[in-house]
Design a protein around this ligand. Structure first.
Ligand SMILES: *[C@@H]1O[C@H](CO)[C@@H](O)[C@H](O)[C@H]1NC(C)=O
Ligand SMILES: [Ca+2]
Length: 364
């Protein structure tokens, strides 16, 4: 009797530890997964790779803007209200209902590149009484007027927006509803979006539904120079800002798995509405990056990209979704439901073994 009981309990213990082990494994996998989301899925690090930069003059725009806006042989073309001065390309002046753009005439066939944008946004309006912002583009289309910072909607490629007016917040204020602090964004807000020709930019919500990533940046009416830095290497999109006058790059966003075709055009555009600002571009400098790839990396990136897309878009968006759960909440819910499940099994097994023993007792 004794032997049988201890055999049984050790069997139960075995069974339990087996379950427990499997649970912990699952939990481990899950927490790794949550960790990846929490850290913005940043596993690979480009810091360990050698890279060479090489300025591509034919793709760049800088002073003196020789022939820009006047010569058809210039590599850059103006549109709308944009005008060239000795100091800058002014996309819009500080007046209502203006829109302007400057576009490269030469498609960029670089695989890995870096774009350094020297820009300036300034005007008479007080804080939040200015608008609407400027955009930097790497798109299939060029020279198209439209509502997305002066460019067309349903664009194909990358758009990086320096949004200076919080449309969504103002609208909610008017409706007397408030943000939860988690979802509020401080403006000006820099935001990245990848379009495939059928994704619309939601102006009323400042692009929130299609946001890939972003950051706040106080870029308006500053005495010092302001820069944006966009790097595209190994399908990884990194944006940094230098807006504090400290000559230091500050991280803004870093997203792996961004698929952008080659042969698109660089451009910059801006728009004003009821509210306005001067939106100036001082330079757009394109660098070719020479990246050494291992054979495995070559294979991985071997297939040519024809339509822009972003891997794991759902995962990226999970943390930002207002209605959705934060990764922490999901983690704890899962943790506690697993513990609950575990407890239930323990109780169940104890009850079962008691019942079993009672049944045997009845037999003998
Ligand atoms: C563009 O993206 C949307 C949303 O991810 C998708 O539904 C659509 O099929 C894509 N269009 C193309 C042409 O790939
Ligand atoms: Ca806006």
């Amino acid at each position: 009797m004794m032997a049988a009981a201890s055999y049984k309990s050790s069997q139960i213990m075995n069974f339990l530890s087996c379950i427990f082990f499997r649970r912990t494994m699952a939990l481990k996998t899950y927490s790794t997964f949550v960790f990846l989301i929490a850290t913005g899925i940043s596993i690979a690090d480009d810091g360990h790779h050698e890279m060479e930069e090489f300025l591509k003059r034919e793709l760049s725009l800088s002073k003196p803007y020789q022939g820009v806006g006047s010569s058809s042989s210039s590599h850059w073309e103006l549109m709308g209200d944009a005008m060239v001065t000795t100091e800058q390309i002014r996309l819009t002046s500080d007046m209502q209902s203006k829109q302007g753009a400057v576009w490269s005439r030469i498609p960029c066939h670089l695989r890995d590149w870096e774009l350094q944008v020297h820009f300036k946004i300034h005007g008479q309006g007080k804080k939040n009484l200015n608008g609407d912002g400027l955009a930097i583009w790497y798109t299939k289309e060029r020279m198209q007027k439209g509502p997305v910072f002066g460019n067309q909607d349903l664009f194909t490629g990358l758009g990086l927006f320096v949004d200076t007016y919080p449309n969504e917040e103002k609208q909610l204020e008017a409706q007397k509803t408030r943000y939860t602090t988690r979802t509020q964004r401080i403006f000006p807000y820099v935001l990245a979006m990848v379009g495939n020709g059928s994704i619309s930019y939601d102006h009323e919500r400042d692009g929130r539904p299609t946001e890939l990533g972003g950051c706040s940046a106080m870029v308006r009416n500053l005495k010092h120079d302001t820069f944006l830095f966009i790097r595209y290497v190994r399908r990884r999109l990194t944006v940094m800002m230098d807006t504090d006058g400290q000559h230091e790059w500050r991280d803004c966003l870093d997203i792996p798995g961004v698929r952008l075709p080659q042969g698109y055009y660089f451009g910059a555009s801006a728009i004003t509405g009821d509210l306005s600002d001067n939106h100036d571009v001082i330079s757009l400098k394109v660098y070719q990056l020479t990246v050494l790839r291992s054979e495995a990396e070559e294979d991985e990136e071997g297939d040519e990209i024809t339509i822009p897309s972003v891997d794991n878009m759902d995962l990226l968006r999970m943390g930002e979704n207002e209605e959705g759960w934060s990764s922490i909440a999901i983690f704890f819910t899962l943790l506690f439901s697993m513990l609950g499940f575990f407890l239930l099994i323990v109780v169940g097994l104890i009850v079962y073994s008691h019942w079993n023993e009672n049944r045997r007792k009845r037999f003998y």
